[in-house]
Design a protein around this ligand. Structure first.
Ligand SMILES: Cc1ncc(COP(=O)(O)O)c(C=O)c1O
Length: 379
């Protein structure tokens, strides 16, 4: 898809980039300034493998402020992005034969990382009518003596769905009867809309804290994807294991990026509030736009910056006389016919759906939606 989109761009077409998984904003000025100062002050050396003391302290303070509970610095390992934090966890926790429960639709890296270390992803089903949330019954049905961990993502990539407190409580009750690690990816927790109240599993189920793992980072909240700073908050023994692994692979995350992350976490929140307001408007525009496209249905997401649309109605289209049939072929056709780049649902474990990122301007969203309608009208 990306290669085809790039080729279309080279040929001079305007491509509507709804495939991207990152904010289109620049990193806020205050954060960039802090990083520039850090360079001049000599932030050019190795740091502690698990991150600087200043950053770990900032993470503890920000977690207390934003998530309502305060971890200890020795529970934190800062890595080269949240993806790296998750990969370190896979290396530290999973062995061949272990099973890791992952609700679908899932972020593509979860099952792949499990497979990379020889363990087995066990996919649990969710339903759109139920807000794409894992039910306690479905979770219980997937637990076996080999269950090593469960990975929850709230708000979710790709669906934008977020877990309300009651559902987390219900899942915690099931998890309390196991000894599985509970991994909660909260990287989108600050990007929620319409007054949705995100709540951390660490607050809902303190009884799970001896095996609870929170993954978080600055990439999405502060428009810092390229700086590559994410972290895990784990039981101390797991943090020590990750310290060993990271010490033999990347050593520390980049010193300057760590300084920038401190500025992001401890600085004023005005830029975040402003970005969230813009995302909130784009969310409605994208979802309402998609709903106006014949053959497309779309649920309003609680968070993140993705609209996860049901495109089964488009699968029946037969542009060249041949029925498109799958979300992947619909996505490729949208790219060719409407120059709309979006990500098919099958790789997320959700055939029949396409993920449209609304991390682009209202004008781009409007034009992309219109291009889809025009392409459909042409056939
Ligand atoms: C659910 C989820 N977790 C983690 C990440 C990784 O974030 P980072 O850029 O900090 O590695 C992403 C990025 O797309 C994501 O969508």
């Amino acid at each position: 898809m990306s290669a085809r989109a790039a080729k279309l761009r080279e040929e001079g077409h305007r491509v509507f980039a709804f495939g991207v998984g990152e904010p289109d904003f620049h990193t806020p000025q205050l954060i960039r300034d802090a990083a520039k100062r850090a360079i001049d002050a000599g932030a050019s050396h190795y740091t502690a493998v698990t991150g600087t003391a200043a950053l770990k302290k900032a993470i503890c303070a920000a977690t207390a402020r934003d998530r309502g509970w305060e971890p200890k610095p020795e529970q934190i390992v800062v890595s080269v992005g949240a993806k790296h934090a998750l990969f370190n966890l896979a290396l530290a926790l999973y062995e061949p034969g272990d099973e890791v429960i992952i609700p679908a639709p899932y972020w593509v890296s979860y099952p792949e990382q499990v497979r990379l270390v020889g363990a087995t992803p066990v996919i649990a089903a969710t339903r759109e009518e139920d807000g794409w949330l894992l039910t306690p019954e479905e979770l219980a049905s997937k637990i076996t003596p080999r269950t090593k961990a469960v990975i929850l993502c709230t708000p979710s990539n790709p669906t934008g769905s977020a877990y309300p407190r009651e559902r987390l409580e219900a899942l915690a009750k099931v998890l309390a009867k196991t000894d599985a690690y509970v991994i909660c990816d909260e990287i989108y927790a600050d990007l929620v809309y319409d007054g949705f109240q995100p709540v951390s599993m660490a607050v809902v189920a303190p009884e799970l804290r001896d095996r609870l793992i929170i993954v978080d980072g600055v990439s999405k909240t502060y428009a810092m994807t390229g700086w590559r700073i994410g972290w895990s908050i784990t039981p101390v023994a797991v943090a020590k294991a990750i310290d060993v692994i990271q010490g033999q692979s990347t050593t520390n995350p980049t010193a300057v990026a760590q300084e920038a992350a401190v500025a992001a976490l401890l600085g004023p929140r005005d830029d975040l509030v402003a970005m969230r307001k813009v995302f909130a408007e784009r969310r409605v525009r994208m979802v309402e736009g998609l709903r106006s496209v014949p053959g497309v249905k779309c649920r309003m997401p609680e968070g993140a910056f993705y609209a996860f649309a049901d495109v089964r109605g488009l699968c029946d289209l037969a542009p060249g006389g041949e029925r498109l049939g799958t979300d992947e072929r619909v996505a490729l056709w949208l790219l060719d016919a409407a120059k709309v780049a979006a990500v098919p649902g099958t790789p997320f474990g959700a055939p029949g759906y396409i993920r449209f990122s609304f991390a682009s301007s209202l004008e781009t969203i409007d034009a992309g939606i219109q291009a889809m309608k025009d392409a459909i009208a042409r056939i």
